[in-house]
Design a protein around this ligand. Structure first.
Ligand code: NAD
Ligand code: DAU
Length: 366
């Protein structure tokens, strides 16, 4: 039995992880700590409210007193650290929050964990798992080998630089103080609860609303896509079987150019609408409902400054050591994701117009 602190558990991957973990490990207890920034939504965890193995605390990872109190009071032995500013475009327009949360916040968690678990002697067996990104390795050329755990760091955006700094701090707390850490560097995730500022959910909601699909630059940048539940399985493998002090890359092994990905989503939309007249009535503004091709909404727009060209993950280490494989194909994952957004329009409409905030205020006092 474990008592987990999941930071950023109201965000996209964190919420999927909390649901996944409590399904797989119902005897464990999960305390979520989340500052509920624009990307955090307590409603993502609404199905768990009231369960004795789940608690939600609104607060920041930069608040050392709060973190220490939670570690002591809840006798937490594991931290799974998702909380972050996560959107590259936002980091280009305003890097300060990224430095504060991703670097200062991670350092605050590390100091609190060391203090309570090690200096106060409360938890000789513990684990600090840091959730990081493949973006720390920089950008690959078309024929470069995929990123391994020993690829040199070369972050290119304020976001990836702040994540790189946090990775180094986690490594240093193990090397210097013996804190029991693991780190995962993962490729691009997609699935339910993904905030509609990122490529896949933005394209889906724009297809449904009949709005332009903005593709940056020439659309030939490549990402390695992983369905979010497969990421959760990878973190579970590391938490349960991974070696302390080690880093594991997690990826889907599915490289795809952005323009091909967007075209796939358009094809899935057109096929799904053609099979289901009910959808045409629910989303009359979509081109698919009008019998037209969703792909005609694609618009090439000005590129992202410093846009990384290609990411690809070499999963050999986690496969060989922990027997981990991604299980969801890109086609199956895109179809499940498309269906989720089609069936959860209230969710994406409320996060996009911010009205979920007043709903949260009315429903939760903590
Ligand atoms: P997200 O933006 O959807 O969620 C981030 C969560 O962190 C939100 O709930 C937010 O409220 C919370 N948060 C922000 N600042 C906080 C603070 N100071 N204190 C407490 N909570 C705070 O992000 P995501 O896409 O779910 O990413 C989660 C983690 O996974 C991040 O660390 C990210 O770097 C990493 N990651 C993401 C991807 C991806 O494709 N999305 C891939 C690899 C790694
Ligand atoms: O690789 C892991 C990273 O993946 C995570 O660490 C980040 O938190 C996560 O946001 C994601 O970063 P990206 O920048 O790769 O994801 P995003 O969805 O923003 O963009 C994916 C690709 O699509 C990228 O090449 C930029 C492009 N794009 C994005 C948007 C939002 C477009 O062409 N148009 C768009 O409107």
């Amino acid at each position: 039995m474990s008592n987990l602190l999941v930071t950023g558990g109201a965000g996209f991957i964190g919420a999927n992880f909390v649901h996944y973990w409590l399904r797989q490990h119902p005897a464990d207890r999960v305390v979520v700590l989340d500052a509920l920034t624009y990307a955090g939504n307590r409603a993502n965890l609404a199905a768990l409210e009231g369960q004795s193995n789940f608690a939600f605390v609104t607060g920041s990872i930069t608040d050392a007193a709060l973190v220490e109190e939670l570690l002591r009071r809840e006798r937490l032995d594991t931290i799974v650290h998702f909380a972050a500013e996560s959107h590259v475009d936002r980091s280009i327009h305003g890097p300060d929050a990224f430095i504060q949360t991703n670097i200062v916040g991670t350092h605050t968690l590390l100091t609190c964990a060391r203090k309570v678990w090690m200096l106060e002697g409360a938890m000789p067996q513990h684990r600090f798992h840091h959730v990081s990104t493949d973006e720390v390795y920089g950008s690959l050329g078309p024929h470069d080998p995929a990123f391994t755990e020993s690829t040199a760091y070369a972050p290119n955006s304020p976001y990836s630089a702040s994540k790189a700094a946090s990775d180094h701090l986690v490594r240093a707390y193990h090397h210097t103080y013996g804190l029991q850490v693991t780190t995962s560097n993962c490729s691009n995730n997609y699935g339910p609860f993904h905030f509609p500022e990122k490529l896949i959910p933005l394209m889906i909601v724009n297809i449904l609303r009949g709005q332009a699909l903005p593709v940056y630059g020439d659309g030939r940048n490549i990402r390695d896509w992983l369905y979010v539940t497969d990421h959760c399985r990878g973190i579970e493998a590391i938490l349960t079987r991974g070696r302390v002090g080690h880093v594991y890359n997690i990826g889907g092994g599915v490289e795809c150019e952005n323009i091909l990905l967007v075209r796939s989503l358009c094809r899935i939309a057109d096929e799904t609408f053609a099979r289901d007249p009910d959808l045409c009535a629910r989303y009359p503004q979509s081109l698919a409902a009008q019998g037209k091709s969703s792909a005609s909404l694609i618009q090439y727009v000005t590129d992202r400054p410093g846009h990384d060209r290609r990411y690809a993950i070499d999963c050999q280490k986690i496969r060989a050591e922990l027997g981990y494989e991604a299980t969801v194909t890109l086609e199956a994952g895109l179809r499940m994701t498309f269906d989720w957004y089609v069936n959860n329009s209230a969710w994406w409409q409320s996060v996009m117009d911010g009205s979920y905030r007043s709903w949260i205020k009315q429903n939760y006092s903590a």
